[in-house]
Design a protein around this ligand. Structure first.
Ligand SMILES: C[S@@+](CC[C@H](N)C(=O)[O-])C[C@H]1O[C@@H](n2cnc3c(N)ncnc32)[C@H](O)[C@@H]1O
Length: 234
């Protein structure tokens, strides 16, 4: 049965769609390419490369005949890497413009793998069932209750594992979060929500049929994000 999501989820999803398809569009396209970027952004790019590699290393090496959801795929790097290992990937993002970039960037030959690109909500039940779901940095803007509600929704359609990242509540991030609030509302990007790991683990403990597995925090200059694995048991 579908969980009723808190309304904060829908509002934030719409704010993110607007942000990633307008204000942040070009910066995001550059960040996820080989284009030269500033020193700060280069640290973010390096951290994100590291995070993508970590998440991919938590998936089976051979992904043939395996359905994978790249939830919040952005410009599609993770979807392409999974498809190159044979996966049948659905890459979905609420920012339709980024999905177009992903579609254009994806190689036409993917061996055994394939990718279905979709614009929309990662929680759309019409997407079907997946063995693995990966949400890299796509749930970091949601409040903990919305993040966990989204995960529990995804859990109903996932048979093996869900890999996601959250923004760990460190002292530095909490300060940056507060500083961000000083800017006028119109200048702000949708805030990243620092989430305390202990609180998150407690909330996830109530997900029936799922166990918390590996975790890995990655910090590189201005990038800090933590991967967490949920594994279906029984
Ligand atoms: C920080 S970007 C990360 C993109 C990609 N996962 C990567 O690591 O390159 C977050 C992405 O999540 C997408 N997103 C956020 N909430 C979403 C939702 N509910 N459904 C689909 N996409 C979502 C945003 O539009 C944005 O493209």
């Amino acid at each position: 049965m579908a969980t009723r999501l808190p309304s904060g989820y829908d509002n934030q999803r719409e704010a993110l769609a607007t942000y990633f398809d307008s204000t942040a569009r070009q910066a995001w396209i550059d960040l996820t390419s080989d284009t030269k970027v500033s020193g700060i952004r280069a640290t973010v790019r390096a951290g994100r490369d590291d995070m993508r590699a970590t998440l991919l290393s938590w998936l089976p090496v051979d992904l043939r005949r395996t359905k994978v959801l790249d939830a919040g795929c952005g410009t599609g790097a993770l979807a392409v890497a999974a498809a190159c290992r044979g996966a049948d990937v659905t890459g979905i993002d609420v920012a339709a413009g980024l999905v177009e970039v992903a579609r254009e960037r994806a190689p036409s030959f993917l061996g055994h793998g394939r990718i279905h690109w979709r614009a929309g909500d990662m929680l759309d039940p019409d997407l079907g069932t997946f063995a693995h779901v990966v949400a890299m940095d796509s749930l970091i803007h949601y409040q903990p209750e919305d993040l966990v509600a989204a995960l529990s929704e995804l859990a109903q359609r996932t048979t093996r594992s869900i890999l996601f990242t959250f923004a760990p509540r460190t002292r530095l991030l909490a300060t940056m979060h507060q500083v961000g609030k000083v800017f006028p509302k119109s200048d702000r990007s949708p805030a990243i929500v620092p989430t305390a790991e202990g609180d998150l683990r407690q909330r996830l403990a109530s997900l029936p049929g799922w166990t918390i597995g590996r975790t890995q925090r990655i910090s590189s200059g201005f990038y800090t994000s933590q991967a967490l694995e949920l594994v279906r048991h029984g």
